[in-house]
Design a protein around this ligand. Structure first.
Ligand code: GLA
Length: 696
């Protein structure tokens, strides 16, 4: 304790608290630690919880040495942020009694306020040990008044923002579903009480992991805060043989003094620069047509080709054939696993269809769900043992499907060759990679009884290996991540796939909440959205094409999923929106995104071009109210000295005026039309999209 910096030296004896190794007044129970163990005077949740061969779980990690190296090593088998202009500190800790060694890795970047962390645990003893938990990062914060923000939800209402005072005790966001899930995101913000978009100290943690995770926030008896992030200890157990090591997934930490917006700017830039596949991160995304809400399972060659010509006339770039195209797949009861085109509906196979689509000047994209299997399939008839499951226990179906056991090499190999065959033809430039159920009855017939606690993580290692190989071999194919919408929308998946389908909720009101919540962490460049039908297929709401189009505008990957009749009826409006999407495609993928306003009834977002020359504002008004207050919205991040002009107007406003006095939003009125007043469409779920240009 004498070696501790002055501010961390024991200050007082705490009644009831044991003293670490007999050092007077030294209680680990309140001393900040980097990777706390268990059983030696700290009663809080530990970062690591091994069970040794003698049955004990005491873990006394003591500093051994450290090393600083230039740049950042990769994480074998796991997605990780890229290095570059960075330095990595490795700290080695050891539990002398058992030979358990922990290597903590910390990378800092010259150009990003992000700390990347992970832990590598090695068994340098002589006996097998069981890792019951091994988090990726621990963050001990001093006592203070904090609030918590996290994202929770379910299918079709992902990323709902939850904000609350930090309770005494432990609060955990987690998944034990085999996927990071739509229920909680692997992302948590602990912030100074009262922080807002522009002010307050904010500490955020996010995981690059797509499976069972936990982020635990504990307020201890002395008000101190511990944030642990990593693989969920529940149902996890990893056998670590002598000489073996275990690598945790990566955890990223961000600190900002500029509130939630300041934090989001750091995340957005970092994700684009260091996590998204480099070749796509800054590339304008194709505006696409997706067949799902246009045709559902009823797709065939003639219909797709007819749609292609209509899609072309709207100005879209890419035609995506969603579910329903493979052998016998006319409903969700059959065929997952059999990834060849249905011969009756596609007599010329995918090649002929793709050629027809290309002839229309469009690119061709395809939906797949490789990780899944229906019992009614040729694959199941050949390999009934390839499913995740527990012998003797009936498997619970979800959407009539089951999960393939990606902890097995031969399953991963098979899926690789399936995808390689599809992509090898060269005619597919986009893949929507879907995953539509969580895991139950988790077990693998290929692993021993002692290793069953490893299945869920080994599944992820198999999936990452598969995605790594495929995206390396086909670097020009644009992959879109999907899991019934945002059921696995996380930084792990976004490391392989540049964009993700945020949610099946395409109603503009539902989407507003979802995009707003997701934007705390994810930049617009990672978000995909399309204009769906009205009445909406998820909640029945009727909304204008314009408001559907305006919410969609704020995602970099934008498109349309409407039937032939719907597209015909809205042709002119769709052409306008698509041309606006195409014109702004470059801007939005690189733009800065700000949440300017969010009340129960109004939302306003800002997108600023990377060079500052253009600014877009989306203003959404949910339930119409007569005689409402005039709303001014203060913009952010402009050059105070520059002048900006609304497209088509002469009036100039300085950046300083727009940021400090704000811009008056259009008003709604049923029966007035006064010259010079800016009106927005009357009625519920109204919106406007305003464009400002920097003029000098
Ligand atoms: C999931 C996706 C949808 C669609 C269907 C197809 O629900 O989220 O967008 O692709 O699967 O079955």
């Amino acid at each position: 304790a004498g070696d501790l910096p002055l501010w961390e030296r024991p200050r007082t004896t705490r009644s009831l608290s044991p003293e670490y190794r007999g050092v007077s007044a030294c209680h680990l129970n309140y001393i900040p630690q980097e990777y706390p163990g268990h059983g030696v005077s700290d009663f809080r949740q530990p970062a690591i919880h091994p069970r040794h061969s003698d049955g004990s779980t005491v873990c006394d990690l003591v500093f051994q040495d450290y090393q600083i190296s230039a740049d950042k090593p990769g994480l074998p088998g796991l997605p990780a942020a890229r290095g570059g202009n960075s330095q990595t500190l490795l700290i080695r800790l050891a539990d002398q009694r058992t030979g358990l060694v922990v290597e903590l890795s910390y990378t800092i970047y010259a150009e990003h306020d992000v700390l990347s962390r992970s832990a590598r645990i090695s068994n340098q003893g002589t006996a097998m040990l069981n890792l019951q938990s091994a988090f990726s990062s621990a963050l001990d914060l001093p006592a203070g008044d904090y609030e918590l923000l996290h994202l929770a939800g379910s299918w079709s209402r992902e990323f709902e923002t939850q904000r609350m005072p930090l309770p005494a005790g432990r609060f955990i966001v987690e998944s034990a579903r085999g996927a990071s899930s739509a229920v909680h995101s692997p992302f948590v913000v602990v912030m100074e009480q009262g922080s807002n978009e522009e002010q307050g100290c904010v500490y955020a943690t996010a995981l690059l992991y797509s499976g069972n995770f936990a982020i635990s926030i504990e307020q201890g008896e002395f008000g101190d805060i511990r944030v642990l992030a990593g693989i969920n200890p529940f149902n996890f157990n990893w056998q670590l043989a002598p000489g073996a090591s275990f690598q945790t997934p990566e955890s990223l930490q961000v600190f900002s003094r500029q509130g939630l917006d300041g934090m989001s700017q750091i995340w957005h830039r970092f994700i684009a620069e260091k996590i998204s596949p480099q070749q796509f991160a800054h590339q304008a995304r194709p505006a696409y047509f997706n067949s799902w809400e246009a045709a559902y399972f009823s797709v065939d060659e003639a219909k797709m080709l007819a749609l292609a010509s209509q899609v072309r006339s709207l100005g879209l770039d890419l035609l995506v054939m969603d579910d329903g195209w493979f052998e016998g797949r006319n409903s969700d009861r059959t065929s997952l696993g059999d990834w060849t085109a249905d011969r009756q509906r596609f007599p010329g196979g995918l090649e002929t269809l793709a050629a027809g689509v290309h002839r229309q000047g469009l690119r061709f994209g395809l939906w797949v769900e490789p990780e899944m299997i229906n019992r009614q399939s040729r694959l199941y008839a050949t390999h009934p043992d390839w499913l995740i499951g527990v012998a003797g226990q009936p498997s619970s179906p979800a959407r009539n499907q089951f999960v393939l056991d990606l902890s097995r090499d031969e399953v991963v190999e098979h899926l690789y060759s399936v995808m390689d065959t599809l992509l090898g033809s060269g005619s597919i430039s986009y893949i929507k990679w879907d995953m539509n159920r969580y895991m139950t009855e988790v077990g693998s017939s290929a692993l021993s009884a002692e290793q069953q606690g490893e299945v869920a993580h080994r599944y992820l290692l198999g999936l990452y290996r598969l995605l790594d190989r495929l995206t390396q071999k086909y670097p020009t194919v644009l992959f879109e991540n999907c899991a019934s919408g945002g059921g696995r929308f996380d930084l792990g998946m976004l490391h392989y796939m540049a964009q993700g389908w945020l949610s099946d909720m395409c109603d503009p009101v539902g989407r507003l909440e979802i995009v707003n919540g997701a934007s705390y962490l994810f930049p617009p460049s990672t978000m995909a959205a399309y204009i769906g039908p009205s009445p909406n297929h998820q909640n029945g709401r009727i909304s204008s094409l314009q408001s559907r189009g305006h919410v969609t505008f704020f995602c970099a990957a934008r498109g349309v999923s409407l039937s032939a009749t719907e597209m015909e009826a809205e042709q002119a409006g769709l052409q306008d929106l698509v041309s606006c999407y195409r014109e702004s495609a470059d801007m939005v993928v690189n733009a800065g995104f700000h949440r300017l306003l969010k009340t129960g009834n109004e939302v306003c977002w800002q997108l600023t071009a990377a060079d500052g020359s253009e600014v877009y504002l989306g203003y959404f008004y949910l339930l119409a109210s007569p005689n409402a207050q005039f709303r001014r919205v203060r913009l952010r991040g402009l050059d105070p000295q520059s002048f900006y002009c609304r497209a088509g107007r002469k009036e100039k406003l300085s950046g300083a005026a727009l940021m400090h006095a704000g811009l008056a939003m259009p008003v709604m009125s049923l029966n007035q039309s006064i010259a010079g007043v800016d009106y927005m469409p009357a009625g519920d779920f109204s919106s406007v999209l305003l464009k400002l240009q920097r003029v000098q």
